[in-house]
Design a protein around this ligand. Structure first.
Ligand SMILES: NC(=O)C1=CN([C@@H]2O[C@H](COP(=O)(O)OP(=O)(O)OC[C@H]3O[C@@H](n4cnc5c(N)ncnc54)[C@H](O)[C@@H]3O)[C@@H](O)[C@H]2O)C=CC1
Ligand SMILES: O=C(O)[C@@H]1CCC=N1
Length: 264
């Protein structure tokens, strides 16, 4: 069921556009309830306008807003949000999808509205994203879930301190997977495949693996492919020789967590 009442999206960049496309695709927000604030028109905002959304209306239109979703860069919210605040009613909930910026920091800059945080992936544009949700206020948490559940596999975080780790794993994770795909293709090239063939094989393999993953234990999935004493086992042993894959991913996530904290 669509969230009732106007939903304001502040920022229509890479993530904001993906969120808007996901809402239009899934009907999580009725197009007539959508308000998009963006300094420049984007394909997603044009598509939303064509469906009945309001793009950059007079600020009085914010008066009845049920939710305000902040999707600008972490360095921008302090200048973007204050001019909007005098127009918000008491019923508004503020949801931030910004990496790193904590609820206490937002509350100090924004005032008394309930605040929630959601960390989605751009996969929401196709209704197949991932989202981590946290809010101290139960109504803000419920609203965050209602807005993102229709287009994302959604996880409730028990405390805000975990949001940086969730961001480092899921918010950033697709980029790690693409980097892995590129490295797999390079490995194929080193073994004699031409660049295009290696690229096609690596991409198709990742798509097929994601498709087949389901909910089975990962070790079961691995065991189904890696025959004892076979070539996959030999490849896996090289991949994690002396724990280097495990160490690399631990350090990857830790570096992203640190950067999230710096940005906040
Ligand atoms: N790109 C991603 O995969 C993810 C991004 N995020 C978070 O989403 C936020 C946005 O990131 P991106 O979309 O990647 O950045 P982006 O740079 O593509 O988008 C930011 C948008 O904010 C807009 N903006 C600037 N001033 C504005 C104003 N006064 N009013 C309305 N909009 C204004 C810009 O025009 C731009 O389109 C960041 O805080 C980031 O941490 C979180 C998870 C994933
Ligand atoms: O790279 C970033 O800062 C954001 C956070 C998660 C994905 N993109």
């Amino acid at each position: 069921m669509a969230v009732s009442g106007p939903v304001v999206l502040v920022g229509c960049g890479r993530l904001g556009s993906a969120i808007l496309e996901g809402w239009l695709l899934t009907g999580a927000v009725a197009p007539a309830d959508l308000i998009v604030l963006t300094p420049s028109e984007k394909p997603a905002s044009e598509a939303a306008r064509a469906r009945g959304a309001r793009i950059n209306p007079e600020p009085e239109a914010l008066r009845d807003a049920r939710a305000v979703v902040i999707a600008v860069k972490p360095a921008m919210w302090r200048t973007v949000m204050p001019p909007l605040l005098p127009f918000l009613g008491d019923q508004a909930v503020i949801l931030s999808v910004m990496a790193g910026v904590t609820a206490p920091t937002l509350a100090e800059g924004l005032g008394g509205w309930p605040i929630g945080r959601v960390m989605p992936t751009t996969g929401v544009s196709r209704g197949r994203g991932v989202a981590s949700v946290w809010a101290a206020d139960p109504a803000a948490r419920a609203l965050g879930r209602a807005l993102f559940e229709p287009m994302a596999e959604t996880v409730d975080l028990p405390d805000e301190g975990l949001m940086d780790a969730a961001t480092a794993v899921a918010g950033s994770g697709a980029a790690y997977v693409y980097a892995f795909t590129e490295a797999l293709a390079r490995g194929g090239q080193a073994a004699g495949l031409d660049k295009q063939t290696a690229d096609v094989l690596a991409r198709a393999t990742l798509r097929s693996a994601a498709d087949s993953m389901g909910d089975d234990a990962l070790e079961t999935l691995i065991a189904r492919i890696a025959s004892p004493g076979g070539s996959t086992r030999a490849g896996l042993d090289a991949l994690d020789q002396d724990g280097r894959l495990t160490t690399a991913l631990r350090e990857t996530v830790a570096a992203a967590v640190r950067r999230n904290r710096e940005m906040g």
